[in-house]
Ligand binder design. Structure first.
Ligand SMILES: [Zn+2]
Length: 245
C-alpha cells in the first residue's frame, strides 16, 4: 500500500466522475495498492475489499469517522463518531477462490463469498430482496441433497437463509452496523455503514475544495496546478491564509 498524494486522489476523483460507486471504489484501491494488480480487488470478498478501503481512508483522512443519522422515532438528526479501529474486523482476507461448505437438513452446499463482480452484475436491481436471492445463488458452487445432485433453483428458503447467515459470519466486514441511541427520545437503532459511499463523498468534497485552492493559488502566484498539488497540505493552507478570503 502506498500513500496517495493530492494529484493521485484528484485523478481518481476525475476518472470516477461518470462511474458507478463500485467502479470508483475499485479504482481507488488499484491506485492505493499498485502491488496487487488491477484485477485482484474485484475478486476479493466484499468484507476484505471494504477492509482495504478503510485502510485507504485512514491514510487519506485519518481514523475518526464522523457521520449523520436521522432518528426513526423523532426525526432528530444526530452525529455519530467511530474510530476505524472499532469497526475494522481482522478477517483472514478472503478471495473468492476460497470455498466453504455448509451442511443443513441433508443439503450439502459448496459456496464462495460474494465479491465485487457479483455486485457489478446485480447493480441496478430495484428489488433488494430479489437481488439478495440472486446473489446468494450465484455464490453456490454445487449442492447435493441426500448424496444426489440438486438444482440450485429448487433449494428451500430455509437453506438460502442459512447460507446468508453463514456468509455474514464468515465476512462480517461486508456489513458494518453501528448502534445508535437518540439523545432526544432515547430510541435505540442500528445503521449500516458503507465505507465505499462514505469515502467517495469525502473525496468529492475534498476534490472541490482542492480545485478552489488550486484556482486561488494559481491566480495569485502564477503557479501551475502540478506545483500547487506538490506542495504539502500545510504550505497550501498557509499560502491560502496569506491570500485571505
Ligand atoms: Zn429520537
Amino acid at each position: 500500500m502506498r500513500n496517495l498524494n493530492a494529484a493521485d486522489v484528484l485523478n481518481v476523483w476525475e476518472q470516477g466522475l461518470n462511474r458507478s460507486l463500485l467502479q470508483r471504489a475499485l479504482m481507488l484501491l488499484v491506485t492505493a495498492f499498485p502491488e496487487m494488480g488491477p484485477d485482484s480487488f474485484a475478486d476479493l470478498s466484499i468484507g476484505t475489499r471494504d477492509a482495504c478501503l478503510l485502510l485507504v481512508r485512514e491514510r487519506l483522512f485519518g481514523s475518526r469517522l464522523v457521520n449523520n443519522a436521522v432518528c426513526p422515532q423523532c426525526a432528530m438528526r444526530i452525529e455519530w463518531e467511530q474510530d476505524i479501529s472499532d469497526i475494522l474486523v481482522r478477517t483472514p482476507g478472503y478471495q473468492t477462490a476460497h470455498q466453504f461448505r455448509l451442511e443443513i437438513d441433508d443439503y450439502h452446499l459448496c459456496f464462495r463469498l460474494p465479491n465485487s463482480i457479483d455486485m457489478f452484475e446485480l447493480e441496478g436491481s430495484s428489488n433488494a430482496a430479489v437481488a439478495l436471492q440472486r446473489l446468494l445463488r450465484r455464490c453456490i458452487l454445487s449442492v447435493e441433497y441426500a448424496g444426489a445432485f440438486c438444482d440450485i433453483e429448487q433449494l428451500p428458503e430455509s437453506v438460502i437463509q442459512a447460507l446468508n447467515l453463514r456468509i455474514e459470519e464468515l465476512d462480517p466486514q461486508a456489513e458494518v452496523r453501528i448502534n445508535l441511541t437518540c439523545p432526544e427520545c432515547s430510541h435505540r437503532w442500528e445503521v449500516f455503514f458503507d465505507i465505499a459511499s462514505f469515502l467517495w463523498a469525502e473525496i468529492n468534497e475534498w476534490a472541490e475544495r482542492m480545485l478552489q485552492t488550486v484556482h486561488k493559488l494559481a491566480r495569485t502566484y502564477g503557479w501551475t496546478e502540478r506545483e500547487i498539488l506538490n506542495l504539502s497540505p500545510v504550505r497550501r493552507q498557509l499560502y491560502l491564509g496569506m491570500i485571505g478570503p
